[in-house]
Design a binder for this molecule. Structure first.
Ligand SMILES: C[S@@+](CC[C@H](N)C(=O)[O-])C[C@H]1O[C@@H](n2cnc3c(N)ncnc32)[C@H](O)[C@@H]1O
Length: 128
């Protein structure tokens, strides 16, 4: 399990924003793009049980870490992590279907990745 200090610091403030905006109580489908270590998705999933979370990552090492967090917390509302390159069209996003998502979460990817990732992210959001 990898651990990022920034994720540890900001996971609770981000959860507070999610609680305000998506804590509807009804079942929702969420995709996290660039899940990193897996700290965020497992933290959010414990607090927001009505949301089914699909974590994803570009980096293979991070995919192993997300799976380690899933194994540690045994959350039935977190799906197995999938490989996703945000710079690619959404048709390559692991089988995500058009208009199938209620929520897409992306934390701290835009500023560290090539512009193609931000462009791909926003194009994909229009479809999913
Ligand atoms: C600063 S880290 C943030 C990770 C996590 N969201 C967090 O806040 O702890 C940036 C992340 O963007 C991911 N990333 C880089 N290129 C990407 C791409 N083409 N598609 C999706 N994610 C990418 C990296 O693997 C890394 O996990």
């Amino acid at each position: 399990m990898l651990s990022a200090a920034a994720a540890e610091r900001n996971k609770e403030p981000i959860l507070a924003v999610l609680r305000e905006n998506v804590n509807t109580g009804r079942p929702l489908q969420a995709l996290e793009i660039s899940s990193g270590t897996g700290q965020h998705v497992t933290h959010f999933a414990q607090a927001l049980r009505n949301i089914t979370w699909q974590p994803s990552e570009y980096d293979r090492q991070s995919l192993f870490s997300i799976e380690a967090y899933r194994a540690r917390y045994q959350l039935n509302n977190v799906m197995p992590a999938m490989h996703l390159d945000a710079s690619l069209p959404y048709q390559y996003w692991g089988g995500i279907q058009p208009e199938s998502l209620d929520l897409v979460v992306n934390i701290n990817m835009i500023h560290i990745s090539p512009i193609a990732c931000t462009e791909g992210l926003f194009k994909g959001l229009e479809q999913c």
